[in-house]
Design a protein around this ligand. Structure first.
Ligand code: EPZ
Length: 417
């Protein structure tokens, strides 16, 4: 296992190029299973999670090749419809093969993803939707076994606007017989990106990005040839880095229209944004202002930015109240930030962050992807040298983070444990 050693309290400067969105790449790569043929997906970030979904597709019998941010996928020879536990447990998003396999082959056996550090993360809404579309769903020794001669269109109301729930059902509905209506659907940009990719395959989808999505099933889809959107969470993370270090950073290649809520809150915290021809220049304040926050489904403030924002608030001028409303246990970063001197108390889903002048370095343990990002944010502002263990969490969702930080003048190095 690797660890990251960061010498903090340094001003950064320069520019950073945002990579493709992990949470768009994963469903779009899974969508290639909906058809037989040769698909290509461009702007795919070089991440552990991409390798994992590639391994899963290969296990199923597809040919998956990744080179220079492009995924090349042959799905002519699928030889098993079973996604095994030892692959699914390493990445929950593997559940995204359920909809496509069931829609194309009429059968799928996918290991239940199980919980993870941030919560139980059930998939009841995925299964409820597929049942409404006529699938026979059984749970047997930790696996979902789904069967359906041919899925049929249905009206499905999602109690929670689940992102991968919306994506799984949209992919299944694309090949169902008749029309499917998804109500209270997730509105994330990654859902829109998947819909756009499916439309290039010949799917008939209206309303992606709104709460009601209509899908008119077709008999067959063509392979994908598509370029995905940039990663709004990576862009938001680098904005937070500019904020906590009081630096000026040029962020290139991100979609500002995907970042309204995070930029509103970061502006309230004192960051200044300048739109320039090739990106957005972010100017960090000498000391951030305390801002209250509630995470919400898109277009609200994204839960995937909560931990990074909390690191910023830990050195803000007063007290901020942060409410995590999406996941039941997404405060794993709090204990680590406390070890750096942060003054944070947690009551249920609410964290009270009393800003202090300066964080102090400490040996830290990453627990999940976005918590590890928040430790990097904090370490860059802390006095002294911070070591972050279990770096593999970070590598799941951030492409070449240490190279990007080095180019910004950070003193950071990766060391083998
Ligand atoms: C997606 O996870 C993202 N992952 C997550 O990003 C992100 O944090 C999350 O959406 C929320 O925005 C991918 O897109 C691969 P949900 P997902 O289903 O789809 C409950 C990251 O850091 N729920 O929208 O699993 C669930 O427990 C990752 O990149 C049910 O109760 O999240 C949670 O409390 C972390 N039943 C809430 O809904 C269900 O059937 C939102 O979950 C499904 C979800």
């Amino acid at each position: 296992m690797d660890k990251l050693i960061i010498q903090g309290s340094k001003k950064l400067k320069g520019e950073v190029e945002i990579s493709g969105a992990k949470n768009a790449a994963l469903p779009i790569i899974a969508a290639s299973l909906l058809t037989s043929g040769f698909s290509t997906v461009n702007m795919v970030p070089d991440l552990k999670d991409v390798t994992t979904i590639g391994k899963l597709l290969t296990y199923l019998g597809a040919e998956f090749h990744y080179e220079k941010r492009k995924a090349f996928i042959h799905t002519e020879k699928i030889r098993t419809l079973e996604a095994p536990y030892d692959l699914v447990r390493t990445m929950r998003a593997s559940i995204l093969v359920l909809g496509p396999l069931l829609a194309r082959f009429g059968k799928a056996k996918v290991s239940l993803p199980g919980g993870c550090a941030i919560g139980a993360r059930p998939i009841n809404l995925h299964l409820m939707g597929l049942e409404k579309m006529g699938a026979d769903i059984k749970l047997e020794s930790g696996y979902v076994i789904a069967k359906a001669k041919r899925l049929k269109g249905a009206s499905i109301y999602l109690d929670i606007p689940s992102v991968t729930g919306t994506e799984n059902l949209m992919m299944a509905a694309a090949l169902a017989k008749g029309k499917t209506i998804l109500e209270n659907a997730a509105r994330e940009p990654e859902v829109i990106d998947l819909a756009n990719a499916l439309i290039t395959m010949g799917a008939k989808i209206q309303g992606a990005g709104e709460s009601i999505i209509e899908i008119e099933g077709v008999d067959e889809l063509k392979p994908i040839h598509y370029s995905i959107i940039p990663d709004r969470i990576e862009a938001g993370t680098f904005m937070t880095i500019a904020g906590i270090t009081g630096s000026t950073i040029l962020i290139k290649g991100c979609r500002m229209d995907h970042l309204d809520a995070p930029m509103m809150k970061l502006k309230e915290a004192g960051l200044v944004f300048e739109h320039v021809s090739d990106g957005i220049r972010v100017l960090g304040p000498s000391r951030p202002k305390s801002v209250d926050l509630k995470t919400r489904p898109y277009p609200g403030f994204p839960t995937d930015m909560q931990a990074q924002f909390m690191a910023l608030m830990s050195i803000a001028d007063r007290t901020s109240i942060i409410k995590e409303t999406i996941f039941e246990n997404r405060f794993m970063h709090v204990a680590e930030l406390r070890r750096m001197g942060a003054d944070i108390t947690v009551e249920g889903g609410t964290a009270t962050v009393r800003g202090i002048e300066k964080l102090k370095s400490a040996p830290l343990m990453a627990t999940d992807l976005r918590a590890s990002a928040s430790l990097v944010v904090a370490a860059l502002a802390a006095k002294g040298e911070t070591t972050i263990h279990r770096l593999y969490h970070l590598k799941r969702g951030y492409e070449k983070m240490e190279e990007k930080l080095l180019r910004l003048g950070a003193e950071v190095r990766r060391v083998k444990e």
